[in-house]
Design a binder for this molecule. Structure first.
Ligand code: CMP
Length: 143
C-alpha cells in the first residue's frame, strides 16, 4: 500500500444542507485524515477550469452552474491508498447506482447533486490538489 493524497470536495448542496460534519466523519472513521481544508466560492472561470476535462460533455454547463451556486469545502485527504479508498467511500457518480452505505447513495440527490467529488487517479489527484493548495498548505500526519 502507498501513502497517498487525494482531493475531496464537499459540493454546494451538501454545504448548504449543513452535512459537512457527517461527510468528514465518514472519511475519518474509514482511516483517512484531513491534511488540508478550506472553504471556497468558485467563480464561473474556476469551475470551468477545474472541470475542463468535461468541457464537451452534455452535463458540463449544469455541472459548472451547480458548483458555483454556493461555497464548497475543498480538502486534501491523506492515507494508505487514499485515492481508491476515497472513491469507495463516495460510491458511484450516480447516487442511484451507488452501493448503500456510500456517501453518494446515502446523501446524494442525483448525478449532478452527488454531494462529493474525489480525484480518480494519482495524476488527477496531483493536478487537482495543486489547483487549490500550495505545497505549504498540506500538513502531513505527525506522531
Ligand atoms: P464529479 O466526481 O464531481 O466529477 C464530474 C461530475 O460531473 C460528476 O461528479 C457529476 O456530478 C457530474 N455529472 C453530471 N452528469 C454526469 C454524467 N452523465 N456522467 C458523469 N458525471 C456527470
Amino acid at each position: 500500500m502507498t501513502l497517498e493524497h487525494t482531493l475531496s470536495i464537499i459540493k454546494p448542496g451538501a454545504v448548504r444542507r449543513n452535512i459537512i460534519g457527517q461527510i468528514i466523519s465518514r472519511f475519518e472513521s474509514s482511516g483517512l485524515r484531513i491534511a488540508a481544508a478550506r472553504m471556497v466560492r468558485l467563480s464561473q472561470e474556476q469551475a470551468e477550469q477545474f472541470y475542463a476535462v468535461h468541457r464537451e460533455r452534455p452535463f458540463y454547463s449544469e455541472l459548472v452552474a451547480y458548483m458555483t451556486e454556493g461555497p464548497i469545502l475543498v480538502m486534501v485527504l491523506e492515507g494508505e491508498d487514499a485515492i481508491a479508498r476515497n472513491r469507495a467511500i463516495m460510491g458511484s457518480t450516480d447516487p442511484q447506482k451507488a452501493t448503500p452505505g456510500t456517501i453518494r447513495f446515502d446523501l446524494g440527490k442525483n448525478t449532478t447533486r452527488n454531494t462529493v467529488h474525489g480525484s480518480d487517479a494519482p495524476e488527477t489527484a496531483e493536478a487537482e490538489i495543486a489547483f487549490f493548495f500550495k505545497p505549504d498548505d498540506i500538513c502531513p500526519r505527525h506522531e
